[in-house]
Write a protein that binds this ligand. Sequence first.
Ligand SMILES: Nc1nc2c(ncn2[C@@H]2O[C@H](COP(=O)(O)OP(=O)(O)OP(=O)(O)O)[C@@H](O)[C@H]2O)c(=O)[nH]1
Ligand SMILES: [Mg+2]
Length: 400
Amino acid sequence: MEFVILAVVIAVVLLGAIGGLIVGSRRKKPLPPAPPTTPDITAPPAEPHVGDEAETPRDEERRTIEEVDLPGPSAPVAVEEPPTVEAPPIEIPEPTAGRLIRLRARLSRSQNALGKGLLTLLSREHLDDETWEEVEDTLLTADVGVQPTQELVERLRERVKVLGTRTPRELRGLLREELLTLVGPDMDRVVRTEPESTKPGIVMVVGVNGTGKTTTTGKLARVLVADGRTVVLGAADTFRAAAADQLQTWGERVGAHTVRGPEAGDPASVAFDAVKEAKEMGFDVVLIDTAGRLHTKTGLMDELGKVKRVVEKHAPLDEVLLVLDATTGQNGLVQARVFAEVVDITGIVLTKLDGTAKGGIVVAVQRELGVPVKLIGLGEGPDDLAPFDPEAFVDALIGE
Ligand SMILES: Nc1nc2c(ncn2[C@@H]2O[C@H](COP(=O)(O)OP(=O)(O)OP(=O)(O)O)[C@@H](O)[C@H]2O)c(=O)[nH]1
Ligand SMILES: [Mg+2]
């Protein structure tokens, strides 16, 4: 009898222990992530992890509500100290002169394959049809575009024939002249930001997603501040909260004021308010950053037209800058055409020229729009923006 009682006691103790383990292990197991209600198509596909198969299958029995620990009403609530907001130190942007030397060197590094290739071809003893075809291919590969390429080759052929014997110096001079003609040394490339008595300079920045609009707006603000101008940034990209933060961060670094609106609010009204504030407070220039939009989406393009029209209730815009990513090549031309129809582009900013040898797109896009490239982006650094200078550009192409 005693033995039976002892056995029962042991059994009870054991069961309790096992139960405790199970409960304990359940408590410790973290909640599986809640499955999204709609599939997130922007999320990258989940990578398999080591030991994936060992994970609990998703159709495992769910915990009941009683098993989930809820925080008691008396649970202490951690009171967070409000973070002390320290004003970031204001940076002094790099002076223009030093910046240009640095950026020209960077441009040469990325672009001089084109010029070197051309010079090598032109130095051949016999310039037969095949060589001229290679010259053409070289220019096309650099995204110069069909029409300008044919013009250049025709003129070069003519001039080389007249020249007879060629020295490398002569060839270089010839090529430089012809490339320069193509790039358009006489186009007006001034970025207009001059304030007038009652109105600030107004610049709007547009383009498809990810071309570098916000970065360019930020870099341009730095250039203006370095020139002693006061700047307001209009965060008219209301699609993402992070977009306004990104712009504001650029502004704060040089002490430029950012006007923002509610998330998903009307971009036109943010742009309007930015100009209004600039006018009221006597700022010199307003730079309006807009959301990236695909040129194929009519609704978004209409919205951009509206932003411009609403701003124009204050005053005409001085510049509408189209930001194109130099690495996207010929697709940039299609974008340029559509944007130009909607908002009358006055200047092109060609970004990411540091990451591609296809600088020939400068020629193609200017031809397409009849609008000059005014600025070029040569890196992700805050001072990696340069005015577009045709002579410096051609020198970078053919090496000095
Ligand atoms: N290498 C290089 N990267 C650049 C240049 N300009 C911009 N970028 C990079 O391009 C990426 C996109 O830049 P953003 O300025 O956010 O582009 P955005 O057009 O405002 O993008 P959305 O607002 O999302 O349409 C960032 O990683 C930038 O650092 C450039 O001239 N060279
Ligand atoms: Mg942006």
